[in-house]
Design a protein around this ligand. Structure first.
Ligand code: ZN
Length: 293
């Protein structure tokens, strides 16, 4: 679909969403470019209709031993939970819990959906041996960084006004996108975690822009990820940028979509310069391609 058409349709959708101007349900145009696209597979996104409600419903999903809040988008006419499905999710029946409004007597209700199977291929990589068989010092460093990252990933903030009006994301840096999300990875012959982001090949120093408005919530130089920035876009939507050669922002900085904030590099565990780009919903890395044309 040409760009102009999408903008036009989006404008009519927004108008139709205003109270008092809403079209009858059947005439209401589909919101053009529904982002992210729904693909209820491990590593994908489930879009779950919650129906109408005066206030934004609160939704949770059980992940490990935690109840994790879930992104809800829409308006009083129709709310939708936008749920990241973990790469490690079992296929088959799954559910989220819709909490009653604060103070209400109603019970929480469950919304069920089906996680369809998706088979990801295996990828064999050869990297520096010290990044596969970790020394005790590197192992200790990695564990500290893993715990720090878990705290970053649990961020839940109110989005700045309009920040989540569309979850359509621009490609953060020019270059060839690999379709390597979800690949089961074998480093130097040893099985490791699956690949949970998109790799974009680009020379060291290529500028990287924010794909949505956001706030910098972490910067650092990490054992596997190298130079890294995390952006918070609100309501559990986080993005991560790894292997950077340069970080041009500090924690607390706010960015508009399109602002340059870091540069491509080859730091951390890599086979060459590229951007590793992660997109997270409800503490779950999902396929960034679902947010893009
Ligand atoms: Zn990667």
């Amino acid at each position: 679909m040409p760009h102009l058409n999408r903008r036009h349709l989006l404008a009519s959708f927004t108008l139709a969403s205003l109270p008092g101007i809403g079209l009858a349900a059947k005439q209401r145009p589909e919101p053009a470019g529904v982002w992210p696209r729904a693909l209820a597979v491990p590593g994908g996104v489930a879009r779950l209709s919650l129906g109408p409600a005066a206030q934004r419903p609160r939704v949770q999903v059980r992940q490990g031993d935690a109840d994790v809040p879930v992104l809800v988008v829409g308006d009083a006419i129709e709310w939708t939970a936008v749920l990241g499905v973990p790469l490690a999710a079992a296929t088959g029946d799954a559910h989220v819990t819709v909490l009653p409004p604060t103070g209400a007597e109603d019970k929480a209700r469950q919304i069920h959906f089906t996680v369809a199977p998706k088979r990801y291929a295996e990828q064999k990589l050869t990297v520096s041996p010290r990044t596969v068989d970790l020394s005790p010092q590197d192992q200790a460093r990695y564990e500290r960084e893993r715990d720090h990252q878990a705290r970053i990933m649990a961020t839940w903030s109110e989005p700045s006004r309009g920040a989540l009006a569309s979850l359509h994301m621009r490609q953060p840096t020019p270059g060839r996108r690999s379709s390597s999300f979800g690949l089961r990875r074998v480093f130097n012959g040893q099985a490791r975690n699956p690949h949970s982001g998109m790799d974009i090949a680009a020379p060291t120093g290529t500028p990287i822009v924010a794909p949505l408005p956001g706030t910098v919530i972490d910067t650092g130089d990490y054992f596997f990820n190298g130079g890294t920035v995390w952006l918070d876009h609100g309501h559990g939507v986080l993005t991560m940028y790894c292997h950077l050669s340069s970080i041009d922002v500090q924690v607390g900085d706010t960015l508009s979509a399109g602002d340059v904030f870091c540069k491509v590099g080859a730091t951390g565990r890599v086979t060459g310069p590229h951007l590793h780009w992660g997109v997270m919903l409800n503490r779950t890395m999902v396929d960034p391609a679902l947010f893009m044309d």
